[in-house]
Ligand binder design. Structure first.
Ligand code: ADP
Length: 445
C-alpha cells in the first residue's frame, strides 16, 4: 500500500518543484497558474482512466481490463488478477456443476432442487419423467403446483422429513414413488423420488399370499380340531362316528399336504432361473403314462383319448414338464362333468414349435377370467375347485414351469362348451427321438 503513494507524491513534488523553480523568472501568479494547469492535467488523466474503468464495468465479460500507467496501472493489474481468478473459479464451478448434472441425469431417481419457498430451481430428466416436471416451463413454480396430492402438500408443510412420503398414483397411473426430502444450505431442499412400484406390487403379493395360505389352511384345521374335540369329549366311543371322522380328517390332511406341496413346488420354480435340468425328454411316453393317471382319476366317468407324435421329444426338465402336463390333464378331468371327454395331444406346431394340448368338453371359463387364471389362488368357482381337491396353484405352477422352457400357455374356452389349454414350446426346445441303442446324441428335430 505504501507503494501506492509513490506516484501521486512524485507528481506533486515535481509540480511543486517546477513551480518553485520558475517563480523567480516568471513571477508568483504565472507560476501558480502553471501549477494549476499541471494539476488539471493530472486530474484529467485520472478522469480518463476512471471513464475507461466505468466503460469496462458496463460489460466486463467481453473486454480485457483497461491498461494504464502510474497509480492506475497498479489498480488495473490487481483488477485483472481478480478477474482472472474469478474466471478460473467460475469455470471450475461450471465443470463441477456439469459433472453433478450429468451424474444426476444418469440417476434413476428423480432429483428436484427447491428454494426456501419450495419453488423448483432445478430438476433432472428422471424428475421430468416421474413427476412430470417440465424443466423448460416449471422452473420457479412451486412443487405443490406439480405434485398436487393433499398428503404431499401436508408433508411439505409439516417440515418433518425423517420418514419418506409415499406417493401413489403418480403420472396419473399406478406408479408408486417414495419421496425423501433433504433440507440443506440456506433453507433449500433436495427432493429425491424413487420408483417403488415393483416393490409395492411384490409387497401386495406377499400380503395376498399370506392371507390366502392362512385362509386355505383355516378350513381343514377347523375340521380336524372339531373332530378331535368331539372324539375327546365322547364318554362312550361311537365307532361309526369315529370311522366317518377319520375319513374326513384324512381328506382334510391330504388337502393340506397338497397345498404345502404345491407351495413348495411353486417357490422352487419361482426361485430358479431355468429348468432344473436340460435332458431329452420322451414326451410321447410321458403322455401315455399321464393318460393312465387321467383314466384313474376319472374312474370311468369320461372318455379320455391321447395321441402323440412318436418322434417328437423335448429338451428340458422331465419333472417340471410332467407337472405342467399333469396339472392341465387333471384340471380337464376335474372341470368336466361325467359323460364328457378329454383329448390329450402332442404334436408339431407352426414354425417348428411343439404343442401339448388338452381339450375338454367341460364347464368352460368366461372370457373375463381367462387372463387371471395363472394367478396364485385365482379360481372361477371356489367351491368346485375345493370339492375336486384343487389348491388354486396348479396353473401358477404351469406358468412358471413353462416360462423356464421359454414356452407359452394358450387358453381358449367357452362356458358350458369346454376348454382347450395349449402349451407351445419353441422349436429350439424340440429334439428327435433318441434310440435306446445310441442314447448319447441329441439331434434337433
Ligand atoms: P385349481 O386347483 O382351483 O384347479 P388351477 O390353478 O389349476 O387351480 O386353476 C385355476 C382355475 O382355473 C380353477 O379354479 C378353475 O376355475 C379354472 N380352470 C382351470 N382349468 C379348467 C378347465 N379345464 N375347465 C374349466 N375351468 C378350469
Amino acid at each position: 500500500m505504501r507503494g501506492f503513494w509513490r506516484w501521486p507524491l512524485a507528481w506533486l513534488v515535481v509540480g511543486l518543484a517546477l513551480t518553485a523553480a520558475v517563480t523567480p523568472w516568471l513571477g508568483a501568479v504565472p507560476a501558480l497558474l502553471a501549477l494549476v494547469a499541471w494539476l488539471l492535467v493530472q486530474n484529467t488523466r485520472h478522469l480518463w482512466h476512471l471513464r475507461s474503468l466505468v466503460t469496462w464495468l458496463d460489460d466486463p465479460g467481453n473486454q480485457p481490463v483497461p491498461y494504464a500507467s502510474g497509480v492506475w496501472e497498479e489498480a488495473f493489474s490487481r483488477l485483472a488478477r481478480l478477474v482472472r481468478w474469478q474466471r478460473q473459479s467460475e469455470s471450475g464451478l461450471r465443470s463441477a456443476l456439469a459433472r453433478f448434472q450429468s451424474a444426476t441425469a444418469a440417476m434413476n431417481e428423480a432429483v428436484v432442487v427447491l428454494d426456501e419457498l419450495d419453488r423448483i430451481e432445478w430438476c433432472n430428466p428422471a424428475a421430468e419423467h416421474f413427476l412430470e416436471v417440465d424443466a423448460g416451463r416449471d422452473i420457479g413454480r412451486q412443487i405443490t403446483y406439480i405434485v398436487r396430492q393433499p398428503g404431499f402438500v401436508d408433508y411439505l408443510l409439516a417440515q418433518q422429513f425423517t420418514e419418506p412420503f409415499l406417493l401413489r398414483g403418480a403420472r396419473g397411473g399406478d406408479i408408486a414413488l417414495s419421496i425423501q426430502i433433504v433440507p440443506y444450505g440456506n433453507r433449500q431442499k433436495l427432493m429425491i423420488a424413487r420408483d417403488i412400484t415393483r416393490w409395492e406390487r411384490m409387497e401386495g403379493m406377499r400380503r395376498d399370499l399370506v392371507a390366502n395360505v392362512s385362509h386355505e389352511l383355516r378350513t381343514p384345521i377347523t375340521v380336524l380340531a372339531g373332530f378331535l374335540e368331539t372324539i375327546n369329549d365322547q364318554a362312550v366311543p361311537d365307532p361309526q362316528m369315529q370311522k366317518r371322522a377319520l375319513q374326513l380328517m384324512t381328506q382334510q390332511t391330504s388337502r393340506m399336504q397338497n397345498l404345502v406341496e404345491d407351495l413348495l413346488t411353486l417357490s422352487r420354480l419361482e426361485n430358479a432361473a431355468g429348468p432344473a435340468s436340460e435332458q431329452p425328454v420322451d414326451v410321447p411316453k410321458l403322455v401315455r403314462a399321464l393318460q393312465q393317471d387321467a383314466l384313474a382319476l376319472s374312474s370311468g366317468r369320461h372318455t379320455i383319448t391321447a395321441e402323440a407324435a412318436p418322434e417328437l421329444w423335448l429338451i428340458g426338465a422331465e419333472a417340471e414338464l410332467r407337472s405342467v402336463f399333469l396339472n392341465l390333464i387333471t384340471n380337464a378331468v376335474r372341470y368336466t362333468p361325467a359323460g364328457g371327454s378329454v383329448a390329450i395331444s402332442w404334436r408339431a406346431g407352426e414354425g417348428g414349435t411343439a404343442v401339448f394340448r388338452v381339450r375338454d368338453t367341460g364347464i368352460g371359463i368366461a372370457a373375463e377370467h381367462i387372463p387371471r387364471l395363472t394367478e396364485r389362488f385365482y379360481r372361477v368357482d371356489r367351491s368346485r375347485s375345493r370339492e375336486t381337491g384343487g389348491t388354486g396353484l396348479g396353473l401358477a405352477i404351469v406358468k412358471y414351469a413353462l416360462s423356464h422352457h421359454q414356452a407359452r400357455l394358450e387358453i381358449e374356452s367357452e362356458p358350458e362348451r369346454g376348454s382347450t389349454f395349449s402349451a407351445v414350446f419353441p422349436a429350439r426346445r424340440t429334439c428327435a427321438a433318441i434310440s435306446q441303442a445310441a442314447p448319447a446324441a441329441v439331434v434337433p428335430a
